[in-house]
Design a protein. Structure first.
Length: 249
């Protein structure tokens, strides 16, 4: 049993390692309760040490993605987001076919079509998927991050919670470098429109185009409001608010 020294605090089991919170802090152990000293020195536990190393790299990659999204993330996420993303990062790093075991990286896995396909379409709120809530086609301009929903009828093409009177749609664009940990993001202004049968074309334009090296992530946020006496109140509906990673290049 050893103490987890990473700044990322985790609970759960992955690849035979159990991470848990104890009185002395966050701990890690194998199924048989082997000591940390043996895990870190015994040749029999070489695979375990490799798993620990990659587990830490995966967790950092997932946290970096969440941090890079900024203010949009608080509008639509679920309590299990960290663990869901950790599992996804673990799957993506398997597409790193060049690094040795224990050093495989999410960034290299994402450079493959298969890795990108796993992350594309990820819903940060597992209780509300884009495919379930939005029933209208949209287009994405990857050069500008602009998302357009043409001939949009909100009342007919959205699944919304009881009591909602308005919907807010926003686009996000993130430039993220896993190697340096640097990122730059940009979001479209809030676009709150009524839930009714009016036909409208929604154009969501980020205020700028982020620069830098690495990957470009494109996001779409859908959240619902209730208007009372002229004031819009967010419903914070966990079963309807959507934040989706619509593409990555």
């Amino acid at each position: 049993m050893g103490k987890l020294s990473s700044f990322i605090k985790l609970e759960g089991t992955l690849d035979g390692l159990t991470f848990y919170k104890a009185q002395g802090g966050y701990m890690v152990r194998t199924k048989g309760g082997v000591t940390k000293k043996r895990i870190m020195s015994d040749p029999a536990f070489a695979r375990t040490r490799e798993n620990i190393s990659e587990f830490s790299l995966n967790a950092k990659s997932g946290k970096l993605i969440r941090d890079s999204i900024g203010i949009l993330l608080n509008r639509a996420k679920d309590p299990k987001l960290s663990s869901r993303m950790l599992q996804l990062m673990n799957e993506i790093k398997d597409f790193d076919s060049t690094s040795k075991r224990g050093k495989r990286k999410v960034a290299i896995g994402l450079n493959t079509p298969e890795g990108k396909a796993l992350l594309k379409g990820f819903d940060f709120n597992g209780k509300a998927s884009l495919a379930t809530v939005l029933h209208a086609p949209y287009t994405l301009d990857t050069a500008t991050g602009v998302i357009t929903i043409a001939d949009f009828v909100t009342e007919q093409q959205l699944l919304f919670p009881e009591g909602a009177t308005h919907v807010n749609l926003r686009a996000g664009m993130v430039h993220l470098d896993f190697g340096t940990g640097l990122f730059e993001n940009s979001f479209s202004p809030e676009n709150i429109i009524p839930l009714d049968n009016t036909v409208t074309t929604v154009v969501l334009t980020p205020t700028s185009v982020p620069s830098g090296s690495g990957f470009q992530l494109y996001l779409l946020l859908i959240e619902f409001y209730q208007e009372v006496n002229g004031t819009q109140y967010p419903l914070h509906s966990g079963n309807y608010n959507v934040l989706n990673l619509v593409d990555i290049i």
